[in-house]
Design a protein around this ligand. Structure first.
Ligand SMILES: Cc1cc2nc3c(=O)[nH]c(=O)nc-3n(C[C@H](O)[C@H](O)[C@H](O)COP(=O)(O)O)c2cc1C
Length: 351
């Protein structure tokens, strides 16, 4: 059925298609038995896929990246297609409409999407309404950002407000310092700025009965030295992990003129994001959680990301192009990987 749906979706613009899919998934979830049927048709389940990362239990390591479920409307349906977790957002305190449309373009020949959405979302209150629902076993993370109108010095207040109010509704939090179209990327990913954002969150968390992991989402355009600085923050502070990475702002010269500027996601990111994850993993001694995202288009990309040291992997552009069959193929390949590992361990060791 997905090939037919895919044909229809590809006639629409990216944003029209996104709205249509959100509508369809919400409809399925609202029908009694709809999620069960979706799970039966799409999900690949196996106990060998389960894992625990930053103290949270996941059905499997494969999740949906931020930008797919901006308001928390479809995490249950995304779970039913077989994803182990969904990162909702980017959520900002107040609703915002984002940049003028058109602002997202599929570049199918490159396996890429150029986007400059400006984090449109319905804001904190709407997210709370949706996240109050039953999570149906899917791990839900919240990706937090500040409103475009917020001056940089007030960014910590925006993020703290979101964190406090969403604390009881999410399993983990990602602070998005990499998706800002308004503030300078090198400022928002500098150590003082990051610590300014994180310290109030650490303080608030210390006073809570339940622990919620905090991760930081970075840009793939950071230099290796900047990545090392952020890895050192991970080692030195109570930060729990890193999400690497967002779309790149380094665009090739031969992009079609009509698409303009923005971030490029998908296939062009694969190599760099795997390299970044390997760098963070090596520098941090392999002991800190990393979510790898960026250019995960095939099961072998996901395997390479896990081999580089990622604990969890998020799909975004690959899922937009391939739909649930990518999740199915990735999970099936991970089951094979686990079987091969188990068989290897059973081999008698020859001296
Ligand atoms: C249309 C679109 C919208 C996105 N919106 C967000 C967002 O709101 N917040 C965020 O942190 N990342 C956002 N992203 C980035 C993705 O979460 C992901 O980090 C990035 O696209 C790399 O993964 P990919 O190559 O598999 O797409 C968006 C990506 C796309 C394609």
């Amino acid at each position: 059925m997905y090939p037919l749906l895919r044909l229809l979706i590809f006639v629409l613009t990216h944003e029209q298609a996104h709205r249509f899919v959100v509508f369809l998934l919400r409809l399925i979830a609202a029908v009694p038995g709809g999620l069960w049927l979706l799970r039966r048709c799409c999900a690949v389940e196996d106990p060998s896929l389960a894992c625990e990362v930053f103290g949270v239990k996941f059905r499997n390591r494969i999740g949906a990246a931020a930008g797919l479920d901006r308001n928390g409307e479809i995490y249950d349906a995304l779970g039913a297609i077989g994803l182990g977790f969904v990162e909702v957002g980017t959520i900002t305190p107040n609703a915002q409409s984002g940049n003028p449309t058109p602002r997202a373009f599929r570049l199918a020949d490159r396996g890429a999407i150029l986007h400059r959405t400006g984090q449109p979302n319905r804001g904190l209150q709407s997210a709370i309404r949706h996240l109050r629902r039953n999570h149906h076993g899917v791990v839900v993370g919240c990706n937090l950002g500040c409103n475009a109108s917020t001056p940089p010095e007030d960014a910590p207040q925006d993020v703290l407000k979101l964190f406090r109010n969403l604390y009881q509704y999410a399993d983990y939090f990602t602070i998005n310092v990499s998706g800002d179209d308004v503030r300078d990327a090198h400022l928002t990913q500098s150590e003082p700025y990051i610590m300014h954002l994180l310290e109030p969150l650490f303080d608030f968390r210390r006073g809570q009965n339940q622990y919620r992991p905090i991760l930081l989402k970075i840009s793939p355009d950071l230099t290796n030295e900047e990545i090392d600085t952020i890895t050192d923050i991970l080692i030195r502070t109570p930060l729990d992990g890193i999400v690497a990475a967002n779309g790149t702002q380094q665009l090739p010269d031969d992009l079609p003129k009509r698409v303009g500027k923005g971030r490029l996601s998908g296939r062009p990111l694969t190599e760099r994001t795997i390299e970044i994850v390997r760098r963070i993993h090596t520098r941090s001694g392999g002991t800190y959680p990393i979510i790898g995202t960026g250019g995960m288009m095939t099961p072998s990309d996901v395997q390479a990301m896990l081999d580089a040291g990622a604990d969890l992997v998020q799909l975004c552009t690959g899922l937009i192009f391939e739909g649930p069959r990518l999740v199915k193929a990735v999970c099936a390949s991970l089951i094979e990987r686990e079987k091969a590992r188990a068989a290897e361990q059973e081999q008698p060791q020859v001296e």
